[in-house]
Write a protein that binds this ligand. Structure first.
Ligand SMILES: C[S@@+](CC[C@H](N)C(=O)[O-])C[C@H]1O[C@@H](n2cnc3c(N)ncnc32)[C@H](O)[C@@H]1O
Length: 280
């Protein structure tokens, strides 16, 4: 039997690697690293060297961090050994010996890792929303603060907007890729802010990778986060918002520029991602 026929029977979703799809559709390490370095410089007056990537998953960002400067070091922390192993093979080792020697991956709860102390810690892709009570989130912020140098900074990405509290299924074509990313908010409970959501992927041959990733979150708001960060001992917090430009006057469509600036007040939007910096 012709083996090429067998291969064509295997649908695209079965051949896909969910970590590759995730990295291509939701991660933008270069933009986030630039923002972290620039904002740290604004707050402290010099550039950070050492990074801890909490909830690092495949440690793409930790690896990219070490590529930006031969002095930079990074520690990635995640509970899931299989995901860390994937990241070591596909990201860390792929970056070459020098970069790989400066990336440490630790399979541990972020509540427990405080050594070595670092200049900047990031917790991205909204992962802190997995802590559902004030006690748990405060414990995380306290642990993160203890793991920072005296001039350290913690940075979180925060999701919000009127649509963040709704049932939503939103498709997005991924640039130059042959798959569609689907963000699915299955349910939101306004009583306790429980938000259940999934990432699905769809392919041109009609196949789908349903629930490639699922999240069970409490959707924390910016004022709650800022209060808890101050309770955890951070001395100041700074909200950075993406600047938008009006690209089409007729339907008033605003497009993100990729530039962020510190804000104290802003019009709400259907959906937004901001960055919250907390200085020790
Ligand atoms: C949404 S993924 C984020 C991956 C990556 N940070 C990113 O930006 O794409 C969440 C990750 O957090 C990890 N995780 C969840 N709770 C954790 C905890 N308490 N300590 C360490 N890792 C945790 C999961 O194993 C998962 O890999």
């Amino acid at each position: 039997m012709d083996k090429s026929n067998i291969k064509s029977l295997v649908r695209m979703a079965q051949q896909a690697d969910r970590h590759v799809l995730y990295q291509k559709s939701v991660q933008a390490p270069e933009t986030e690293i630039e923002l972290m370095i620039e904002t740290y410089r604004e707050i402290r007056g010099w550039e950070p060297i050492s990074l801890r990537e909490d909830f690092c998953g495949t440690a793409l960002l930790a690896t990219e961090w070490c590529k930006t400067d031969p002095q930079r070091t990074a520690q990635g922390v995640d509970l899931d050994q299989a995901t860390l192993d994937w990241g070591r093979e596909h990201n860390v080792l792929d970056a070459g010996d020098d970069v790989a020697s400066r990336v440490e991956l630790v399979c541990e709860n972020v509540l427990k890792v405080q050594q070595p102390k670092v200049d900047i810690t990031c917790a991205f892709n909204f992962s802190f929303n997995g802590f559902k009570t004030r006690e748990q989130l405060l414990a995380y912020f306290e642990a993160a603060r203890k793991g920072l140098n005296d001039n350290g900074v913690l940075v979180l990405d925060v999701y919000g907007g009127t649509e963040s509290m709704d049932e939503v299924e939103e498709e997005r074509e991924v640039d130059d890729e042959d798959f569609t990313y689907i963000w699915h908010q299955e349910s939101f409970n306004p009583i306790d802010h429980a938000l259940k959501c999934h990432i699905h992927f769809a392919f041109p041959d009609g196949s789908r990778l349903n629930r490639a990733f699922s999240y069970d979150w409490r959707l924390w708001t910016l004022p709650e986060l800022r209060e808890l960060l101050h309770d955890a001992g951070f001395s100041s917090t700074h909200v950075y918002w993406e600047e938008f430009e009006d690209t089409d006057e007729e339907d008033d469509y605003l497009e993100g520029t990729g530039n962020y600036r510190e804000v104290d007040a802003i019009d709400n939007q259907e959906s937004w991602i901001s960055y919250l910096f907390a200085a020790v």
